[in-house]
Write a protein that binds this ligand. Structure first.
Ligand code: UDP
Length: 331
């Protein structure tokens, strides 16, 4: 049997999850409750959805408060021993409509949580992003790469906000000895993505299930590497328990062109939808793939769920959410 990690989560331990009603946050809360933790979930519900928490509300160890992390934390949050910060709009189509709230969630919000961590002696995990690498000129992306980000472009509110959050985390660790760790997440997908979220996986699945054309931006040759949510959540918990600061890439190194993703979604859904091309958004990164050697070596973590399997779980979720029956496979 392998030894317990240095900072193993203990049953009954009080854990704060910010962004709890979001796609990723709700899965994390579920996992922490399974581990026996007492979970306080916060969310301002800008992009979160209370429906994601319905199953969790039954647990006596789960409490939810509507709260914006840019404000001082509620009294219930004082004295927690761990903080996971997943609170930030993450879909480009969405965050570009609220750029001010997006920057502030990562700058002011993280500052508030760092102050809480400092007061409480808590360990804070920040969900950072592959977007800190911008339209990367190194491929695959290693943690040592400083990135290629347009600081005044349409994605700046997200990318620079997350970069600022990383800088703040490191500053608190250096100046005050605050316990921090940074995970750089690459395109996570799975059940509970919002149907109208605007990201590629949810768009393609919803379009395929409704028999509408799949909207391929640009020539569809740009790549992303998609990580199934269960793998991401396991990675977050492993990093939290490791005692290591990171930053560490958490993603699936299996790289996929958007045109190939569209074909896979059509195959998994059995849809006969056509593909239509739409203009490529400004500053859309061309290629993205994580180098996960650090995660393997330092955390013993790597993804286990392949794209077709993960898409199948995600499609089942959307079928139910949209109230659709299984589509007929074309003859
Ligand atoms: N994309 C697409 N069709 C869509 C939505 C997105 O082709 O309906 C492309 C988008 O241009 C990008 C990739 O899919 O190259 C991933 O976009 P997403 O918004 O999911 O996340 P990003 O990785 O860009 O933050």
């Amino acid at each position: 049997m392998s030894a317990a990690p240095p900072l193993a989560l203990r049953p009954g331990e009080r854990v704060l999850v910010c962004g709890a009603a979001g796609f990723l946050g709700s899965h994390l809360c579920e996992r922490l409750l399974q581990r026996g933790c007492a979970v306080l979930g916060l969310d301002n519900l800008i992009s979160g959805d209370l429906r994601n928490l319905v199953a969790l509300q039954a647990s006596a160890r789960f409490e939810f408060l509507r709260h914006d992390i840019c404000s001082p934390p509620p009294p219930q949050a004082e004295g927690v021993s761990r903080i996971f910060n997943l609170a930030c709009p993450a879909s480009p189509a969405h965050y570009q409509r609220i750029p001010v709230q997006t920057v502030l969630a990562s700058a002011l919000g993280v500052w508030q949580l760092l102050e809480l961590a400092r007061r409480s002696g808590a360990r804070l995990l920040q969900a950072s992003t592959s977007e800190v690498y911008g339209d990367a000129q190194e491929h695959p992306q290693q943690e040592s790469y400083w990135g290629h980000v347009n600081p005044v472009g349409p994605r700046a509110c997200y990318d620079e906000g997350k970069r600022c959050a990383e800088a703040l985390m490191v500053a608190y660790a250096e100046q005050y000895g605050t316990e921090v760790c940074i995970a750089r997440l690459f395109n996570t997908y799975g059940p509970r993505l919002r149907p109208g979220d605007g990201r590629v996986v949810s768009n393609f699945i919803v379009q395929a299930l409704r028999g509408e054309p799949l909207t391929l931006y640009g020539d569809g040759q740009q790549t992303r590497s998609f990580c199934y949510v269960d793998d991401t959540v396991r990675g977050l918990c492993t990093l939290m328990e490791s005692g290591w600061r990171g930053p560490v890439n958490l993603g699936n190194p299996c790289e996929c062109r958007m045109v190939e993703l569209a074909q896979r979604v059509l195959a998994v859904t059995g849809s006969a939808s056509a593909l239509v091309h739409r203009p490529l958004p400004q500053d859309d990164p061309r290629r993205r793939r994580p180098d996960i050697r650090l995660a393997r070596e330092r955390l013993g973590w790597w993804p286990e769920v392949g794209l077709d399997e993960g898409l199948a779980h995600t499609v089942s979720y959307f079928r139910e959410r949209l109230g659709l029956r299984r589509a007929q496979r074309p003859q």
